[in-house]
Design a protein around this ligand. Structure first.
Ligand code: ADP
Ligand code: ASP
Ligand code: MG
Length: 407
């Protein structure tokens, strides 16, 4: 008889302390009793990764990325060893591995490495010996034999990639909420749990701020069509299935609301309105590796125009400096920056076939006296840049307007 392979990933809050690790050990064992081969991926305990990062930034404002990976990957090594000890204490055989030990090979882009291959030999051997395998999430190893990390939230990616490599039957993501909600249930009390959501919708929600799943992990799940079950590690309740197609897709235009404060706005005033100027500006900005997202160019009446764009806050300092230098070169005016902005977005595949969604969103913000600074759309989302202080109010208002509290 074919043995089932299950990948389970437990997030930081699920392994935040010793008592929780013991609970996870029991949960893993109950899955082991029903199925045969288990791979468990763990995140670092609670806020360990943030604490490690803080320590480095107390020493340097620009710590070397290779050393950051050496440091930040240690959190997962602690949790995977502790979970293996907890499972053994319950009388079952288990073995913990680092990313390197199970052959998670990545490129060399430290702090945001891409997985290239996973060997799986050691996992298979351990399974043959009847062991439960625990893998440290968020990490791999480069061709130089250096430890790499997969970007924040990267244990989700470790789990999905291992599910693909092991041809697992299920990939379960255990977290501190009972599934994917119409919006962050910690911010909006009447947020509703979504039963099934498509890869496209989840990818959009994750990229636009729903931190419950790492966006890159959904890209991989989509590419290889790996269904994911997001559920709570504290209850037995069924969670949310992330799948290729959702049965109710046609009926629902807006599936969820997201928000984030990760971006900042830069404005270059009085830019000469000539061909090639925008190209010059954004070529220089791209050279420093800043990811420009939203761009707005005001209508010109005076042969000069204002250009505003957003960049991740982490890139703001260098993007601002570069913008000032370009402004001088092209005879533009002042350059200003604004960190007090937030992005609120509505997401849903049904938008493709529904009209008036954008108008409804803008009307709702207007009725709530929320000014829209910039707008961006994709096939399945609409985002507005607004005042950061009004972000939570906007999310609540949109959630109500699109009747997401009634699904
Ligand atoms: P883990 O430690 O398990 O990886 P995270 O903190 O990364 O957990 O993600 C879970 C958190 O994501 C939840 O506590 C919740 O506040 C937040 N979240 C944001 N948006 C959503 C959403 N739409 N649905 C569910 N959770 C969300
Ligand atoms: N511990 C890492 C982080 O906090 C990876 C993860 O939890 O997924 O980003
Ligand atoms: Mg996470």
């Amino acid at each position: 008889m074919k043995k089932e392979i299950i990948v389970q990933k437990y997030g930081g809050s699920s392994v935040a302390n010793i008592d929780r690790i013991k609970i996870v050990a029991k949960r893993v064992l109950s899955a082991k009793k029903k199925n045969n081969n288990i791979v468990v991926v763990v995140s670092a305990l609670g806020d360990t990764t943030d604490e490690l990062e803080d320590m480095a930034f107390k020493i340097s404002s620009n710590p070397p990325e290779r050393e950051m990976d050496m440091l930040m990957s240690t959190g997962e090594q602690i949790s995977c060893a502790l979970l293996a000890i907890a499972i053994k204490e319950l009388g079952h055989n288990a073995i913990s591995f680092t990313g390197n030990q199970v052959g998670i090979r990545t490129d060399s882009s430290h702090t945001k490495a891409r997985i290239e291959t996973i060997e799986c030999e050691r996992i298979r051997k351990a399974h043959q010996e009847g062991k439960i395998v625990i893998v440290a999430g968020y990490q791999g190893v480069s061709v130089e034999n250096d430890i790499t990390t997969l970007g924040r939230g990267g244990s989700d990616l470790s789990a999905v990639a291992l599910a693909q490599a092991m041809k697992a039957d299920v990939c379960e993501i255990y977290t501190d909420v009972t599934g994917i909600y119409t919006t962050d249930p910690r911010k909006v009390k009447n947020a509703r749990k979504i039963k099934t959501i498509t890869f496209d919708e989840m990818l959009e929600m994750a990229s636009l701020g729903a931190q419950v799943m790492q966006a890159r992990s959904i890209e991989v799940a989509k590419r290889f069509n790996i269904p994911i079950h997001v559920r709570s590690s504290f209850s037995k309740e069924e969670g949310t299935m992330i799948v290729k197609e959702s049965p109710k897709l046609e009926e629902i235009a807006v599936r969820g609301i997201t928000c984030n404060k990760n971006e900042a706005k830069i404005t270059i005033c009085s830019v000469p309105d000539q061909a090639g100027v925008a190209a010059k500006i954004f070529t220089e900005i791209s050279k420093i590796g800043a990811n420009v997202d939203l761009i707005v160019q005001n209508v010109s009446h005076t042969k000069h125009t204002d250009i505003s764009f957003t960049v991740p806050k982490t890139d703001l300092a260098k993007a601002f400096k570069t913008s000032q230098a370009i402004a001088k070169k092209i005879n533009a005016g002042n350059v200003s920056k604004d960190e007090n902005v937030a992005r609120v977005s509505i997401v849903g595949s049904g938008m493709r076939s529904h009209h008036g969604i954008a108008a409804k969103m803008f009307r709702c913000l207007a009725d709530n006296k929320i000014n829209i600074d910039m707008i961006s759309t994709s096939e399945i989302s609409i985002s507005c840049i607004i005042d950061q202080q009004l972000m939570d109010k906007a999310v609540k208002a949109l959630h109500k307007k699109f009747e997401l509290d009634k699904i």
